[in-house]
Ligand binder design. Structure first.
Ligand code: CA
Length: 362
């Protein structure tokens, strides 16, 4: 079979929409550098941003340059990889290392910049809103501004909020706003919090290699078992890295969770209306960021359903055009490939790509 060319414009039969693409304002990276110099800095933050902001090696240097670019370099990289459209979000840990006042200011700045790029290149970029989660009323106001005034398509949450999780009632107003605005929350990883990271850090397992997925998968599971999706049944959550390993665990999660509920083992957990896997198939979508691995993608399509699995590159942390070729070669029909690359993203993020090059049957 001939290789699909890495061209844009839909001539391959679909638009490639990359759904987990990172951006960082230069000003935020400068604030990160200041934070790295503070005593008792969060160990995960020190590990992650100490590396990306201070290493002289080629890859981290390229990542920090590309993170801050919303113009020529990013568009050229998208062109070279055949990516038509990127959904931009504030990179991890985003606002979620700052005190509430600074978090709010950084969120506003990031949202302005991302919205500006979307206005300049509406065919190439959409964006998600950042907020300062710890001040819930201001987070709700900024999410509403981001969606209604700036045209942003969702909310990014870079996993734990200084050791706290979205299932806590203090964050309910934000979840309620996302549900009411009909926008998804992209639950993106960051390094595990202080209470969780020590055994990972000493073995170099705290970052994208493993710790990210463990912590973020747990975050989503907390939201499920603590009843968030009974309280907010219309809430949509998107997770990267093929669901942060949860699809592989579904059988055991359902079995053990049902046993816990029958025995009323954990008094703090509510009785749920659905099984864990039913929430995964009702409220959760997964993307292939950093997981261009055919058997894992096909497995997720099988256990979650083909409407719930979509493409992401994870730029600029992962920029490998051959990964696009690998996913073009998934054993799927053209309509199914189009669903994977294009339609699912349009539906979940409510994208309006009219005016963009039409895909094959358009
Ligand atoms: Ca990412």
């Amino acid at each position: 079979m001939a290789e699909t060319p890495l061209t844009t414009g839909g001539e391959v039969g679909y638009l490639r929409i990359a759904t987990e693409e990172a951006y960082a304002p230069i000003e935020m990276l400068d604030l990160y550098r200041e934070l790295l110099d503070e005593p008792d800095v969060d160990p995960g933050f020190a590990s992650l941003m100490g590396f990306y902001l201070r290493s002289d090696a080629e890859r981290p240097a390229a990542v920090r340059r590309k993170l801050a670019d919303l113009g020529e370099e990013r568009l050229a990289d998208m062109d070279a990889a055949g990516v038509d459209h990127a959904i931009l979000a504030l990179t991890a840990p985003g606002t979620q290392v700052f005190d509430p006042a600074r978090a709010r200011d950084v969120a506003r700045l990031a949202n302005e910049r991302i919205a500006e790029a979307c206005r300049a290149h509406p065919d190439r970029f959409s964006g998600l809103a950042a907020v300062g989660f710890e001040d819930a009323p201001s987070a709700v106001a900024e999410l509403e501004r981001g969606v209604k005034e700036l045209g942003l398509k969702g909310l990014v949450c870079n996993s734990h909020i200084r050791g706290h999780y979205l299932d806590e009632e203090r964050f309910y107003p934000i979840l309620e706003a996302a549900e009411a605005l009909d926008v998804p929350i992209y639950l993106h990883p960051q390094t595990p919090p202080r209470d969780m990271i020590r055994p990972m850090l000493e073995a170099g397992l705290d970052g994208a290699i493993f710790g990210f997925g463990v912590e973020t998968g747990m975050h989503l599971l907390r939201m499920i078992v603590r009843g968030v999706f009974d309280r907010f049944p219309g809430l949509r959550v998107v997770v990267g890295h093929l669901g942060e390993a949860l699809p592989f665990w579904l059988y055991r999660l359902d079995y053990m969770h049902a046993a816990q509920q029958r025995a009323a083992r954990y008094q703090g957990n509510p009785r749920l209306e659905l099984t864990v896997s039913e929430y995964m198939r009702r409220n959760v979508w997964v993307t292939t960021s950093g997981m261009a691995w055919v058997p894992a993608i096909m497995f997720c399509r099988e256990v979650l359903g083909p409407d719930r699995v979509m493409y992401a590159m994870d730029y600029p942390y992962e920029y490998v055009p051959d990964e696009v070729r690998a996913q073009d070669a998934l054993p799927l029909s053209l309509p199914e490939l189009r669903r994977f690359y294009e339609t699912n993203a349009i539906e979940v993020f409510r994208l309006d790509l009219t005016g963009t090059a039409e895909a094959a049957d358009g």
